[in-house]
Design a protein around this ligand. Structure first.
Ligand SMILES: Nc1ncnc2c1ncn2[C@@H]1O[C@H](COP(=O)(O)OP(=O)(O)OP(=O)(O)O)[C@@H](O)[C@H]1O
Length: 609
């Protein structure tokens, strides 16, 4: 199995304090915008979380000392012990109440921040310049940015946790200082190596993750394919399931092995850090026991030191894991910011007052991003309002690419698309799309919607017009099969959907889907209709009827890409493309008479051939 991405030299991503502070500020700003009150409560709550446990420990230690004194016969010590117990319990109660409120605040923030960040990410992704969807760098960056946006809401919680943990560790060390400076020092020394180690591990894990993006994406694509019920038939018939499962396992195992290897390398160092921590705890406890026996400290001091040392160490460990997680999150914030800065496709501001009466492609050249080969090599054609044009050519000649350039999805590298003489680059693309109805080979199947809505999605600018839906379905010869569905137009068009009354949807055949997509195109009622092989799955007679009706309408400009002669011969003019160039053009009759490339391509379909 070749082609598996090899591990690259682990690239260390250094994050200095400034970008960190910037990232934290960014997260706080977004969160404060989402819910200022919740952020303020979160900050206040973090301080309470740091202080309250220490105060509780303090009173617990006082209780123990008072109990020991009462046991030794001291007057009033018993009453003090009871007061301390009550205070300790009240503090516990406050702590419990605060934890519940904090959980609620976190949920409010998660929801609001998640909604804002998720919506922004969707909007940016859906409105990028079209070439970016073919660009590997963009898709890689999007993958990483999306991971960050998914965890954005969690990041604030982590920042709050880090703040609490930092304050807790500092307060715990301070509390130990009150007992003895060197216990405080020992605990501090034990904490530092484990913080450092964990941090290194997390850095390397991020670097590892970023070198494995390709193999992980390949695995995800395989998994998506394997888990699509509609794919099972072909995969079984081709006997490819075992092979794909094997490929998936290999990718997974290689990825996991590298990850585990990382962690294994860190085990001895981790053990050393743990030993240091337990050593510090032991030293502190032995010291306090000796002091109490020598009556240099009160009995309650054992509880105090034991609790505070243990709290300092466990909080430092939690701080390390919070820092590791946030380290990863904040590293991805950079990707998120970079992604959110990608320019949107809609920058031109020129308006179209109505549908243009003439559209011209002037000397169009086009090369796909990341590819060397020019796909369109100087194409010129023009469409007067109401003309019917057919574009023909072998697979890969550039027909679909030409349609995308015409629609303004791709910008030509040379030449221009002119609408009534105005360059499309200067016109708001939405204005142009309003007058276009493009049906491509890989049209969408809205499996989550009803048959009627699949048609209505052709023009959602107004409310659904059921009469228009029905007419569009009739024109696309879809009305018959829709009428036979158990719930007609309100039937879901997927076996997996069920309406609120428990009525199941029905699956459609390839040709039925294509008719539905064509009905959607007709529902748009646009003056320019572009059809990129719209009828490949529709039987020849139906296609003949649909196109006869369509071509009878002189109010629309029609551009049809087709391999079927019955459709092509109805056009006013036929352009034949070969390797990105127009090699022949004219009426069907003229091109047949020419006995050139067009004739040879369609010879077998010609009745006289
Ligand atoms: N997204 C893309 N990125 C890079 N190259 C592409 C992309 N889409 C198409 N191409 C290349 O551009 C050339 C023209 O493709 P295009 O889809 O325009 O051909 P076509 O004439 O519509 O073919 P068909 O009849 O098979 O639909 C092909 O060589 C193809 O490999």
């Amino acid at each position: 199995m070749t082609g598996l991405p090899q591990p690259e030299a682990t690239a260390r991503r250094r994050i200095r304090l400034r970008p960190y502070a910037h990232a934290v500020g960014q997260v706080l700003a977004v969160s404060a915008k989402a819910s200022p009150g919740a952020v303020a409560m979160k900050i206040g709550g973090s301080l309470i979380s740091a202080v309250l446990p220490l105060v509780t420990t303090y009173f617990a230690a006082l209780t123990t000392t008072a109990l020991a004194d009462a046991y030794a016969g001291a007057a009033d010590a018993g009453r003090s012990a009871l007061v301390y117990v009550v205070i300790t319990v009240v503090l516990g109660l406050l702590w419990g109440a605060f934890t519940s409120v904090d959980r609620y605040i976190q949920q409010v923030l998660s929801f609001r921040v998640g909604a804002i960040v998720g919506d922004r990410m969707y909007e940016r992704f859906l409105a990028l310049e079209f070439w970016r969807y073919d660009d590997k760098e963009t898709v890689d960056l999007y993958d990483r940015a999306r991971r960050f946006s998914d965890s954005y809401a969690r990041v604030l919680d982590r920042i709050a946790a880090i703040f609490t943990q930092l304050v807790s560790v500092v307060l715990a060390i301070g509390a130990l200082l009150l007992v003895s400076w060197w216990i405080a020092l020992i605990v501090l020394v034990a904490i530092i190596p484990s913080v450092y180690l964990q941090f290194r591990l997390s850095r390397e894990q991020i670097a590892h993750w970023n070198t494995q993006i390709d193999s992980r994406r390949q695995r995800r694509m395989i998994e998506t394919n394997l888990m699509k019920p509609q794919n099972i038939a072909e995969m079984r018939l081709y006997g490819i399931i075992r092979y794909l499962m094997g490929l998936r396992s290999t990718l997974r195992d290689v990825d996991e092995k590298r990850r585990l290897d990382f962690q294994k390398r860190y085990i001895p160092r981790q053990l050393l850090a743990d030993a240091l921590q337990y050593g510090a705890q032991l030293l502190a406890l032995v010291w306090v026991v000796v002091q109490i026996i020598a009556r240099a400290q009160p009995v309650g001091q054992f509880l105090y030191v034991q609790q505070i040392v243990s709290r300092a160490l466990t909080t430092a460990n939690s701080l390390v894991s919070s820092l590791s997680s946030i380290d990863e999150d904040l590293a991805n914030l950079k990707d998120y910011e970079q992604f959110m800065e990608f320019p949107l496709s809609t920058t031109a501001t020129g308006r179209l007052d109505g549908p243009p009466s003439a559209v011209e492609l002037r000397d169009i050249h086009f090369t796909y991003t990341g590819s060397e080969a020019e796909v369109l090599k100087g194409i010129s054609m023009s469409f007067e309002r109401g003309t019917h044009v057919a574009i023909v050519g072998e697979n890969g000649a550039g027909k679909s690419t030409l349609v995308r350039v015409l629609a303004g999805l791709y910008q030509p590298s040379e030449g221009a698309v002119l609408l009534d003489g105005r360059d499309l680059r200067g016109i708001r693309i939405d204005d142009w799309h309003e007058h276009l109805a493009v049906m491509s080979q890989d049209f969408l199947r809205y499996e989550f919607a009803t048959a009627a809505n699949n048609i209505y999605f052709g023009d959602v600018h107004g409310p659904r017009d059921d009469e228009r839906v029905r007419r569009a379905a009739e024109d696309a010869e879809a009305a018959d099969f829709i009428g036979k569905l158990p719930n007609g137009f309100e039937n879901y068009v997927s076996n997996w959907m069920e309406d609120p009354r428990g009525r199941k949807g029905s699956g459609l055949s390839g040709g039925q889907w294509q008719r539905l997509a064509m009905a959607r195109n007709f529902y748009r009622d646009a003056p320019f209709i572009v059809m990129d092989e719209p009828t490949s799955a529709i039987d020849a007679l139906a296609e003949h009827r649909i196109f006869s009706q369509l071509f009878a309408d002189r109010s629309r400009t029609i551009i049809a890409i087709s391999h079927r002669l019955a459709t092509i011969e109805k056009a006013d003019v036929v352009y034949m493309l070969e390797d990105g160039r127009i090699v022949e053009s004219g009426t069907h009759r003229k091109l047949v008479a020419l006995r050139g490339r067009y004739y040879r391509m369609f010879e077998s379909q010609l009745p006289e051939a």
